[in-house]
Design a protein around this ligand. Structure first.
Ligand code: CTP
Length: 406
């Protein structure tokens, strides 16, 4: 049994939070409700108080709110902070670190995972400010339950309706008590770009942010896996609970993967590895400009994934997963890559489509396996990561967990 802090902010769908609280209680958890002032205009605190049997915090200035041990302990005792519904205003405050009411102060004080279910007018949801705030929160590890589309209370039709209470509660329960399907499994994930140095100040790189691989590492860790993340040069932070090996070039990444591959149950190559590097390595000194053009000769790097496929020699373990970022004939290229690199799954994506590929929070993936192709809708990288990790769990389910390192 865990204690869940449920933050309710001021939207018309605040009444749906009552059902979310009931579902969490039904699953055996205790719930402490925190309401913003605006939320109390939509639902009475008494409703939450009656069903949770706890005092509801509606203001940080209420006498007792800070003296009451139960409430002060909330930041440290809560297993999850769930904000449902989250208005555009609350999202903005969370993204910018405001502590202007009890809910936002709690969000700053707690180290518990945070799950947010936004609900607002569709134009407010689509507004670049709201989208940027959500991107900031996502990059910080905050999880989201996407709002639904349809007829909104304000009369508009579009995205912004609070997700259904059972969907929100299910996602909350998955975080509080994740099914540990990968317990005892070792998962190796690569993420990010590689930088191939030309000289001490210049390099050849690519636009990968590492987001996809970081999401996969986080999901695998959530399911109980022992995760090693080989991370190329990116400003994004690795997720908690994961062993991280920082690398720079394709050569470094190959070395780190080769060192860890023997004990891995599954390897996911989500990194965008350079196919070419300056021949003979980086110049020792800065290259000075001269009249006329400069020609740089590049040589092939090792294809790490293909190398893993060859090394595995048709064995079933480790499960190998690669990506194929394409702009034309996506599925045909992906199928060819899967066969030539001898891997179990290629996650193909058309990076020419809006919302897919590099530098965005979302992706449109297709699974290409020996059995066929499965295409998914535009979804967050976390949602796609959940599918990839579920694939690993399914493929590994048939084999016993190793008790001794091979
Ligand atoms: N990959 C790798 N080592 C490389 C290049 C790519 O391990 N030197 C892996 C990537 O991590 C990814 C997969 O191979 O999982 C596909 O990468 P991609 O760049 O899309 O394909 P390439 O094999 O490089 O083919 P092409 O450039 O012809 O599209």
């Amino acid at each position: 049994m865990a204690l869940v802090a449920v933050g309710v902010s001021g939207g018309i769908s605040a009444y749906k939070a009552v059902e979310v609280v009931r579902l969490l209680q039904k699953a055996g958890h205790q719930v402490a409700v925190v309401m913003t002032r605006a939320a109390t205009r939509f639902v009475g605190p008494l409703t939450f108080e009656a069903i949770t049997q706890r005092r509801v915090i509606t203001s940080q200035w209420t006498p007792g709110a800070n003296a009451d041990i139960e409430h002060i302990a909330l930041a440290s005792e809560a297993a999850l902070l769930l904000v449902a519904p989250a208005t555009a205003n609350t999202l903005a405050k969370l993204a910018h670190g405001f502590g202007s009411d009890f809910l936002t102060s709690l969000a700053l004080a707690t180290r518990a995972p945070v799950l947010v279910a936004p609900a607002m007018n569709t134009h407010m949801y689509d507004h670049p400010a709201t989208q940027a705030n959500m991107a900031t929160l996502r990059a910080r590890g905050v999880r989201f339950v996407e709002p639904g589309e349809g007829y909104l209370a304000c009369g508009w039709v579009g995205k912004g309706r609070l997700a259904e209470p059972d969907v929100i509660a299910a996602e909350a329960l998955r975080i509080i008590d994740p099914p540990r399907l990968l317990r005892g499994r070792r998962v190796l994930v690569t993420a990010g770009p590689t930088f191939e140095d030309l000289d001490p100040v210049r390099y050849l790189g690519n636009r990968s942010s590492g987001r996809m691989g970081i999401a996969i590492a986080a999901e695998a860790a959530q399911l109980g896996a022992d995760v090693t993340l080989v991370l190329g040069p990116t400003s994004l932070a690795p997720p908690p609970g994961v062993r991280t090996v920082r690398v720079r070039s394709a050569h470094d990444m190959h070395g780190a993967v080769s060192a860890a591959r023997a004990t891995a149950d599954a390897i996911v190559m989500a990194a965008a590895v350079a196919d070419y590097t300056p021949a003979g390595g980086a110049a020792g000194d800065k290259v000075k400009k001269q009249d006329g053009d400069l020609t740089v000769t590049l040589e092939r790097t090792v294809d790490i994934l293909a190398d893993l496929g060859r090394w595995r020699e048709g064995r079933a373990r480790p499960v190998l997963v690669g990506f194929a970022a394409e702009t034309t004939d996506v599925l045909a290229h992906a199928a060819r890559k899967r066969e030539s690199k001898q891997v179990d799954l290629i996650v193909a994506n058309d990076v020419s489509q809006a919302g897919a590929g590099f530098e965005v929070e979302t992706n449109i993936g297709s699974f290409v396996t020996a059995e066929g192709v499965q295409t998914f809708p535009l979804e967050t990288k976390t949602a796609l990561a959940t599918r990839i990790v579920a694939f690993l769990a399914e493929r590994l389910a048939a084999t016993p967990v190793a008790t001794v390192a091979p």
